[in-house]
Design a protein around this ligand. Structure first.
Ligand code: MN
Length: 176
């Protein structure tokens, strides 16, 4: 699939940082609302996954893939989404701490609910797969579908290619 367009895009970036996690980002009112999900979204409605809300990101970050500091990120999934709660706009639902969205990604499809359980500087939410036709307790997409939907690369490949580049740059110069 080519890069998603329109006002309701989502992306999930697999991110190797101090701790490995998946960043879920929803385009809302011109920014990317973002959560760090340590284990990624589950397709099993019985599993609750911790999702820590982090700073909004600029739309320019949507398709980012490459090195970040000592780590790196790949575009693990992307697509469009829609709200499953037509009563209020999504910004109001986010402020109220409860959203339900339908994702149409290349790997993840179906409804998820995000419920805020703790506020503060880094609000904690729980992400839960809704019981719909796309729910599947047997899938482990983070393990079985590790490649970037943008480039086909794995996160390990992105990190190792960049490491080689660093070593070349660090190599001592001769003739001085
Ligand atoms: Mn991150």
């Amino acid at each position: 699939m080519s890069r998603p367009r329109g006002p309701r895009r989502f992306v999930i970036q697999e991110h190797a940082a101090t701790a490995h996690h998946y960043d879920l980002r929803l385009e809302v009112d011109g920014v990317l609302k973002s959560w760090a999900v340590p284990r990624g979204l589950s397709t099993d409605p019985r599993e609750k996954r911790l999702a820590v809300q982090v700073d909004d990101h600029a739309l320019s970050h949507f398709a980012f893939e490459g090195r970040i500091g000592d780590g790196g990120a790949i575009v693990w999934d992307w697509g469009r989404y829609r709200s499953l709660d037509s009563g209020r706009d999504l910004a109001a639902q986010l402020r109220a701490g409860h959203i339900s969205v339908w994702l149409e990604g290349e790997k993840l499809c179906g409804g998820w609910t995000l419920q805020r359980t703790r506020g503060g500087a880094k609000p904690q939410w729980l992400a839960i797969k809704r019981r719909d036709s796309e729910a599947d307790a047997r899938r482990r997409p983070q393990s079985t579908q590790p490649r970037s939907v943008k480039s086909g690369r794995t996160l390990v490949q992105v990190l190792s290619m960049s490491e080689r580049g660093r070593e070349r740059r660090k190599a001592p110069r001769s003739g001085r």
